[in-house]
Design a binder for this molecule. Structure first.
Ligand code: FES
Length: 170
């Protein structure tokens, strides 16, 4: 009787071992499939072309996930960027006229810079806002020749005044 029970337990243990390995294989296959699906999706999204409209009549083209500033530069559209896209100067800022929901959400660095330069609601830093779909329309708020003074005195470089106040009065 004891020998039979030991044999039975050994047999059940072997069978459970087989099922355990099968479950591990299935689990590993599902995880690998999920990774492949995610990788294909990311690669497909990253190579997807997107267009951005500037100032009502200029069209820039780039790829999903690039910033507005990167698309400007790829498309040879002059765009101020005193800090070279590090999100500090505020000179690249744009007013988003359409498609705000197809841009990445502003993060802490961008929010801080926008607050410092006194940006109005609906303004974004072109170097920080990533384009996640078509239909984005923006207006560049500073001329491409804006220099470091634009970052130092942002209140004098507003959308409705493309040159610093000091220059406009001379
Ligand atoms: S280039 Fe300076 S904040 Fe965007």
């Amino acid at each position: 009787m004891i020998v039979e029970n030991v044999d039975r337990i050994a047999k059940i243990t072997r069978e459970l071992g087989v099922y355990q390995w099968r479950a591990i294989y299935v689990y590993a296959a599902l995880v690998a499939a999920a990774f492949c699906f995610l990788a294909v999706r990311i690669l497909r999204d990253r190579s997807r072309p997107v267009a951005v409209g500037y100032d009502g009549d200029i069209q820039g083209r780039g790829r999903y996930g690039l910033s507005i500033l990167e698309i400007s530069r790829l498309s040879d559209i002059p765009h101020a960027h005193v800090c070279s896209g590090r999100g500090r100067c505020g000179t690249c800022r744009v007013r988003v006229d359409a498609g705000a929901d197809r841009l990445s959400a502003p993060e802490g660095l961008e929010r801080g810079t926008l607050a410092r330069v006194g940006a109005a609601a609906g303004e974004r830093l072109a170097c920080q806002a990533l384009v996640l779909g078509d239909g984005v329309q923006v207006t560049r708020l500073l001329p491409a020749y804006a220099d470091a003074t634009a970052a130092q005195a942002p209140q004098e470089w507003r959308a409705d005044r493309a040159v610093p106040a000091a220059e406009s009065t001379t």
